[in-house]
Design a protein around this ligand. Structure first.
Ligand SMILES: [Zn+2]
Ligand SMILES: [Zn+2]
Ligand SMILES: [Zn+2]
Ligand SMILES: [Zn+2]
Length: 416
């Protein structure tokens, strides 16, 4: 990794900060801007890294802290749709493999300061909860046109300018009194996730995204509730319940809801004293990670995978409970757990709205499954990493939500 000229110039700029040979782990930050031009060369190892922001999960502080008017980053529960009207619809909401509505995984609020139309900007990730769908998705993600590959993981981007019909231009006060300017469309009463554009024909009160969810709700509660609702016409229709917008969710199979808190990775440099402190508060037992990491190591056939894994493991160990690594920068790269199963440039499609290249924006780590209470069984949902690529131009789209691209890397299946 130590590449002559570059190494030296970094050393000059960073002065005493360089203490070891593994410069790949050192933060270069602004200094990199200065040296990147003359030192780019053909060094494809280009390992100096942009600062990464890590996402950690916490239980929401208040019942209102994850509402859409506060532009949260969050995982589990229901999405806080930024544009509450023009939600993704039709096939976008379902697993292309089994046809079930997708489940909300997480959303990351990542506005772009240099782009007026992206004053508010959130990336949403959804996936099918079936591991067998994810295994089939593996083959699909390598497919290049002409048809659309059948995916079980989908990503959407939504952005709004400073001045928009949904939210005040005043920043939220976070005191429980923030309100959106406009109510959203009725959501599915079962999943609380997708647009409820189908309605129960007897009560005309309950909304659903799909027949599947209508059937589930009927079986688990609505059958009784329906009669009562049809008799009492004074009950407000869910789509008129504007101000606080408590989303009704009947399903108990959503993943538990967390607020995502950001911290810079360089706060977690090795040898920092706060390490023990953090471990006390850590929800993810480090032993779980160590265990799976060691047993996985045995399942890797090639040396390149083992090497890659060791680098990955070392980097993650700085803050083992991280669930997201965020770095939207032209030269940013994902931290891959393995060398096999990585896409080449040609495997990442272009933006299907404007044709720009998609760029890496963030990756989701499997620690999330621990927070979600997903068991470690043979057919349980599992992944090594989910890498999210978004339009490099973050283009404006006529629809409220632009579909972006996810690349999923799974652990070797012999390990499962
Ligand atoms: Zn599926
Ligand atoms: Zn639904
Ligand atoms: Zn009904
Ligand atoms: Zn685009």
């Amino acid at each position: 990794m130590e590449s002559g000229a570059r190494g030296e110039s970094i050393e000059k700029l960073k002065g005493l900060k360089i203490s070891s040979l593994d410069d790949e782990d050192d933060k270069i930050e602004e200094e990199q801007e200065l040296i990147i031009e003359d030192d780019d060369e053909d060094d494809e190892e280009d390992e100096e890294q942009e600062p990464v922001v890590l996402g950690f999960l916490e239980k929401p502080k208040c019942h209102w802290s994850l509402l859409r008017q506060l532009f949260p980053s969050k995982a589990g529960g229901v999405p806080a749709w930024v544009d509450p009207i023009n939600l993704p619809s039709g096939q976008s909401c379902t697993c292309d493999i089994c046809g079930q509505p997708l489940q909300f995984l997480l959303q990351v609020y990542s506005p772009l300061s240099d782009k007026e139309s992206a004053f508010h900007r959130t990336i949403f990730v959804f996936m099918c909860t079936s591991m067998s769908c994810l295994l089939r998705d593996q083959h699909e993600q390598w497919k290049h046109g002409p048809g659309k590959p059948s995916r079980s993981v989908k990503v959407f981007r939504c952005q709004l300018p400073y001045s928009n019909p949904f939210y005040s231009s005043e920043p939220p006060k976070h005191n429980g009194n923030d309100r959106p300017l406009k109510a959203g469309v009725a959501l599915c009463n079962w999943c609380g996730t997708w647009k409820g554009d189908k309605m129960c024909s007897s009560c005309k009160k309950a909304h659903y995204c799909s027949q599947k969810h209508q059937a589930l709700h009927w079986r688990f509660g609505h059958k009784l509730e329906c009669q009562r609702l049809s008799l009492s016409s004074q009950l407000p229709d869910s789509c008129d319940s504007a101000p606080m917008e408590k989303i009704q969710v009947a399903s108990n199979t959503l993943w538990p809801e967390y607020e995502m808190i950001n911290e810079n990775e360089d706060e977690f440099d090795e040898g920092e004293t706060s390490d023990d402190e953090r471990r006390v508060n850590s929800l993810v037992p480090t032993s779980r990670l160590d265990l799976s990491m060691n047993s996985l190591l045995d399942s890797f056939k090639g040396d390149s995978d083992k090497k890659c894994w060791a680098v990955f493991q070392e980097r993650i160990a700085r803050a083992p409970e991280q669930v997201v690594r965020y770095c939207r920068h032209a030269s940013a790269k994902p931290l891959w757990p393995m060398s096999t199963g990585q896409p080449s440039k040609g495997d990442i499609p272009c933006c299907n709205h404007c044709g720009s290249s998609l760029v890496f924006e963030f990756q989701v780590l499997p620690q999330l499954l621990y927070y979600f209470g997903v068991k470690n069984d043979v057919d349980s949902l599992d992944w090594a990493t989910i890498v999210v690529y978004t339009c490099g131009a973050s283009c404006e789209t006529s629809a409220g939500y632009a579909e972006e691209f996810a690349w999923v890397q799974l652990y070797p299946q012999s390990a499962a």
